[in-house]
Design a protein around this ligand. Structure first.
Ligand SMILES: Nc1ncnc2c1ncn2[C@@H]1O[C@H](COP(=O)(O)OP(=O)(O)OP(=O)(O)O)[C@@H](O)[C@H]1O
Ligand SMILES: [Mg+2]
Length: 251
């Protein structure tokens, strides 16, 4: 059975259908990418999965259990974590305190020991910043802190919304490494991302969304060659550049 099943889900905002009969499944242990143009419904998708909004039609199952309609905190306790598109730290607190607060409010397994927090801070490369106030952090470090806060809830499924946006390539590569590492530790990941470099490096399967619908699900290499995906999202120049590098690799 798939870890996450999205079945014919529709979300309407007034006249706009942000999701329109969307279906797909995510398997345990995957890093599953979600791409598509602005307004395709990607953030809305993460919002329905995490219980922030309810679908107007369709069902979401997590470990075979119906979760659509359950409140966010219940879904969190079932093991679904989230890293938001916009970082929302507690500004008056230090880095460690921010992670602790997350662990305290969302805890679902055993107790929250400081050992866990230190391990998480080390995992995201912030152990040396533990006692710094959040206000001193760079944008890149705030992104990493969001990761740490989400990991403090010990999710089994982690939803990422454009965590690479606006970051320098070296930082993208660093975060990509973190994503791979937490996946190896057993966390399944759904990654909404525009930075194709990160998608290509991590995902085995990618869902392409357009107008709230499923346009394609395939390996990243295959979707980047799919004419429909090139048409609505990637653009011709991207496709040509990819074809060029593939040619070079083949020698
Ligand atoms: N709370 C809301 N009220 C009304 N319309 C909304 C709301 N949230 C999203 N929408 C609309 O739903 C559609 C999908 O938006 P969504 O934010 O899910 O897109 P997205 O794929 O995440 O885009 P981006 O890549 O820009 O983040 C858009 O047309 C958007 O304007
Ligand atoms: Mg979005």
């Amino acid at each position: 059975m798939a870890l996450l099943q999205v079945k014919d889900v529709t979300v309407g905002f007034g006249g706009v259908k942000a999701l329109n009969g969307l279906s797909f499944e995510v398997n345990q242990g995957e890093i599953f990418g979600v791409i598509g143009p602005n307004g395709a419904g990607k953030t809305t998708l993460l919002n329905v999965v995490s219980g922030i909004i309810r679908p107007s039609a369709g069902e979401i199952l997590y470990r075979g259990r119906l979760v659509s309609g359950l409140p966010t905190h219940t879904i969190t306790r079932l093991g679904v974590g989230r890293v938001f598109q916009i970082t929302q730290p507690f500004h008056g607190l230090t880095v460690r305190e921010n992670v602790l607060v997350g662990a305290y409010f969302g805890t679902r397994k055993s107790s929250t020991s400081t050992v866990d927090v230190d391990a998480i801070l080390e995992l995201v490369g912030m152990d040396k910043l533990a006692s710094r106030p959040v206000s001193e952090l760079s944008v890149a470090m705030r992104k990493r802190l969001e990761f740490a806060r989400a990991l403090a809830l010990r999710p089994d499924l982690l939803l990422l919304d454009e965590v690479m946006a606006g970051l320098a390539p070296t930082e993208v590569d660093y975060l990509t490494g973190i994503v791979k590492r937490i996946n190896r530790e057993g966390i399944t990941i759904v990654m909404v991302e525009h930075v194709m470099r990160a998608v290509m490096a991590t995902c085995r399967r990618v869902l392409v969304m357009h107008l709230g619908k499923h346009l394609a699900v395939d390996a990243p290499e295959a979707v980047t060659r799919d004419n429909r995906v090139i048409e609505v999202y990637l653009g011709r120049r991207y496709a040509e550049r990819m074809a060029g590098t593939a040619g070079e690799k083949r020698g």
